[in-house]
Ligand binder design. Sequence first.
Ligand code: UDP
Ligand code: MG
Length: 140
Amino acid sequence: MQTLAIIKPDAIASGKAGLILAHLQEAGFTMNAARLVRLTLPQAEAFYGVHKGRPFFAELVAFMTSGPCMPLALSRKDAVPHLRTVIGATDPSEAAAGTIRKLYAESKGRNAIHASDSDENAAREIAFFFPEGELAALGS
Ligand code: UDP
Ligand code: MG
């Protein structure tokens, strides 16, 4: 099974992308596809459309468009729930020791990494960043 992670702009800007990639690979994930992208506002609003209307939405899309981010299609057994465990709670102050957010996140908003929350959303989010032809060309 596959899931989508995004190394968020705070972690790219602070030079943590390599450490986070190593952490993901140590956790047993295989990288099927990767990009470095700067999201436009309409793209960020579409990706996080489920949160439209929430009080943090404007701040979230501003942050996600503030610099490059790195979407990753990742696979492993139980990819979706396992990645959620590996990244930790949304707020790093509540994240378990050793999780990516505990180690690398700055705050609840600037929290280093995104992970899909269901198989259905993982498929939608992977398709958002990686056209089928690109995945096929990679053998993914
Ligand atoms: N977020 C925020 N404040 C909140 C809740 C969420 O800034 O009170 C941001 C944060 O960057 C989070 C993203 O919105 O990662 C999506 O929220 P979600 O509840 O889906 O958390 P996640 O699935 O990323 O843990
Ligand atoms: Mg979420």
